[in-house]
Design a protein around this ligand. Structure first.
Ligand SMILES: Nc1nc2c(ncn2[C@@H]2O[C@H](COP(=O)(O)OP(=O)(O)OP(=O)(O)O)[C@@H](O)[C@H]2O)c(=O)[nH]1
Ligand SMILES: [Mg+2]
Length: 309
């Protein structure tokens, strides 16, 4: 691995820094992160509140390193997990050198929110009007006018699912980074361990397969992640936690049909990500009301909100 330490040389015109991607839930922040990197690093689903923690995605080229931070959508907290998610997002902003604020151009409240949120950002900020495929040009101009006084460095219309406008936005971000040597090894894509990605892919599958409130009651914990020699599959054992016995019944399904389906689809995703065969064992357990309990959140690896620490 080609590791470049920050202390090895001075910046010499190189630019590097942290870039927080912020916005309401479901506006396309994770899709945008993946489009910046050309890799499916962050999970994406049609459901709001898909992202629960910060995720670093690192773009390096010969002159820049942008360390993007995907964040949970900023929503009004209803329980402890929401407060944890909100703090994750706001702490990403306080660590950031540049902020990218994403709105869903077809969803008015996210546009209004961006106008209000702009005032709390004290680093260079760029506005991303995403999902432009859903609106006409007239509406885009109307939004641009409505947000004109936000102090934005630049405003970009994007369709993150198709990559439209993403290159221009990336260029704008890179040019706003401070002069600095690279902060991470230049061949690194993220700082998260591979097992975290495996857990997220299982959670993504749960969000896709389950309905109503059940997917939001799901948390994943990887109990074992063993890479074995030769061409033996990677062995992964994970627990799918839910909050109540009734939810456990739904996740297991009749004769174990649902958990088998979740297992098969998750295994396929993890195998594609790792480029290796995987043996995945899933168990379903109840952890009563884990979303409301700080000690459970801690055990599951979530950030514990300040006032409850
Ligand atoms: N039509 C359209 N859909 C998009 C676009 N970008 C993202 N989406 C879809 O919007 C939904 C939400 O995308 P995400 O990237 O998960 O949104 P997010 O802001 O990360 O959501 P949270 O993690 O819940 O805060 C998914 O179904 C995406 O496929 C876009 O440019 N156009
Ligand atoms: Mg997301």
């Amino acid at each position: 691995m080609n590791i470049v330490h920050a202390t090895d040389h001075d910046a010499g015109g190189f630019r590097a820094g942290f870039v927080a991607i912020l916005g309401l839930p479901n506006v396309g922040k994770s899709t945008l992160l993946n489009a910046f990197l050309g890799e499916r690093l962050s999970i994406v689903t049609p459901r709001a509140q898909t992202t629960q923690r910060r995720l670093l995605g690192i773009h390096s080229d010969s002159a820049h390193q942008a360390i993007f931070i995907d964040t949970p959508g900023l929503l009004k907290p209803r329980y402890t997990l929401h407060r944890s998610m909100r703090e994750e997002a706001l702490s990403a902003l306080s660590d950031a050198d540049v902020a990218v604020v994403v709105v869903d151009a077809g969803f008015g409240p996210s546009v209004d929110w961006a106008g209000e949120f702009a005032a709390s950002i004290h680093v260079p900020k760029l506005l991303c009007l995403n999902k432009v495929d859903r609106i006409d040009v007239g509406r885009l101009e109307e939004i641009e006018r409505a947000l004109a006084c936000g102090g934005w460095e630049s405003v970009h219309g994007t369709c993150a699912t198709q990559g439209q406008g993403v290159g221009e936005l990336l260029e704008a971000v890179l040019s706003r980074l401070p002069e600095s040597p690279p902060l991470y090894p230049v061949d690194e894509l993220s700082d998260a361990p591979v097992r975290d990605f495996a857990a997220e892919m299982i959670r993504e599958t749960c969000l896709e397969e389950l309905s109503e409130e059940v997917p939001y009651a799901v948390a994943i914990r990887i109990e074992q992640f063993r890479e074995r020699g030769g061409d033996r599959p990677v062995y992964i054992e994970a627990v799918v936690y839910v909050e109540r016995e009734s939810q456990k019944g739904i996740v297991v399904g009749g004769g174990g049909s649902m958990i088998r389906r979740i297992g098969t689809r998750s295994r396929g995703k993890i195998e594609r990500f790792l480029g290796r065969r995987v043996f995945l064992e899933l168990r379903v357990k109840v952890l009563a009301n884990w979303r409301k309990k700080t000690h459970h959140l801690r055990v599951l690896g979530f950030r514990v909100p300040e006032e409850e620490n």
